[in-house]
Design a protein around this ligand. Sequence first.
Ligand code: FAD
Length: 519
Amino acid sequence: MNAAPIPVVIVGAGPSGLTAATLLAQYGIESLVLERWEGVYPQPRAVHLDGEIRRIVERLGIGAGFDAIARPALGLRLVDPRHRVLAQFDRDPAGGRNGFPEANLFDQPELEALLRANLALHPAVSLRGGVEVTGLTVEKDCVRVDFEDRATSTSESVRAHYVLGCDGANSLVRTAIGARMRDLRFEQRWLVVDLATTIDPGHWGGVHQVCDPRRAATYMRIGTTRHRWEFRLRPGESADDYRDLDRLWPLLDPWLADADRGGLELVRVAEYTFRAQLADRWRSGRVFLLGDAAHLTPPFIGQGMGAGVRDAANLSWKLAGALRGELPESVLGTYETERKPHAHMMIRLAKLMGLTMTEGGELGNRVRGLLAPRLHRLPGLTETIISGESPPLHRSALVAAPPLRRGLAGRLVPNERLADGRRVDDHIAGRYAVITTSDPSPVEAATVEQCGGVVLRAMPGTALHRWLRGGGTDAVLVRPDGTVQTCGKTLSDLYSSLPSFAPSARPARTGPPTPKAAD
Ligand SMILES: Cc1cc2nc3c(=O)[nH]c(=O)nc-3n(C[C@H](O)[C@H](O)[C@H](O)COP(=O)(O)OP(=O)(O)OC[C@H]3O[C@@H](n4cnc5c(N)ncnc54)[C@H](O)[C@@H]3O)c2cc1C
């Protein structure tokens, strides 16, 4: 094994690893993805992603394919034990500030299949399935990754400049760098039930959260014929108590009362322990943790997978810049600074939602009846569930937010449609962008272009113009991941922060076929 180190080795081909590999490839960075299983892990888990993650899905090049397997949801409804509505958070299925539906329901294995098919179009990436990574050793200027071929039991090694640990909740990479999960004190056992039927139970087309300390539950229709229920298990109960429709019926009856049981196909019943955990550190030298390896959240606001996809979008361009010598290696320190508080905030919101659904007995039910209609006033919850905007990123060397007035720094630019019909993200296309209310001078425009960036003019009367002015500024520097890095009064204020950074051309092959929805 004397070959030159590979730029990046990614351990794990779940959503976090596949997203990171694709985005790195779009910047022309070679990677090797090592995955324990040969194919897509078949167990359905995530079913929801928000408008911000949908934007990343578009950047990955699988937007149309995703729409073919997804269903926009109308929002989130909290209901009492008798299914009476306590509160409702509507989401715009036509698309809000992110330019796509703000809540999207889908099946995780179908999404992973799309991600894999798309990855195969990038010659810069090799995906090797059927291999188990067994250890990491830090060497001079690189990391050695040891793995075993599961079919032949032979041991192999590769060297990498950087290693991304996208290896899920029981991450070996996390252990190898000496990081530990910090317990954020949430642990509940839930039953997850997936069912296929052509029977239309006729429920509202959003996510239903049943607030009931005796049997909290979640229900959503994730496809034309696919439905997901999650029920909190009581002490002493296990999934084995609910393996068939007869035994499940007391739980499903309130949702499917008049349905002919012959028309219902039980896809699977599984038990999960939902936890809230955050790794104490997300990096050691050349090794990074992403996704479930770095954070675990209860799924009540559907953000676990999304957090891993956000990690990949945050780190990939910085890593590409550092590997290509266009950005100083020090930018890699901003990954944990920015992403950890964000992930922590989302976990807090998920815990709050979980406690709202499950705590307090009969008294809790009465208090919920009073408080739930006012939940939308809670800061953080409102932004995340209603406005489609997750919390701004923490200050860092790449988020220049003044101490007393944050303004737009750290926020994701709205994905408005521009005069030429394209959206903001299409124009930015993984580059640095300056968005300004005034016309740039030819010199200013040329400077941005020479750096590999793009200038966008926010025309008066447009939503983008109102967004800039509402943020108290006339010009912002937007990073390749769409986050505002710096606000300035004028374009020239922003010059000093503009690095030379340009994505390489995307691969010229045609995209993956648009799959048919599974159901
Ligand atoms: C019931 C349930 C419902 C959920 N609902 C939602 C939801 O609605 N929305 C949402 O956003 N999230 C949801 N989630 C969470 C989501 O499924 C996870 O957050 C997501 O799968 C994490 O992606 P990942 O790529 O970080 O890790 P994983 O998906 O766990 O992928 C890790 C990969 O690494 C591989 N691997 C591990 N160790 C090794 C090794 N040593 N060598 C080689 N390969 C290795 C594994 O085989 C695996 O393929 C839900 C989870 C559950 C359980």
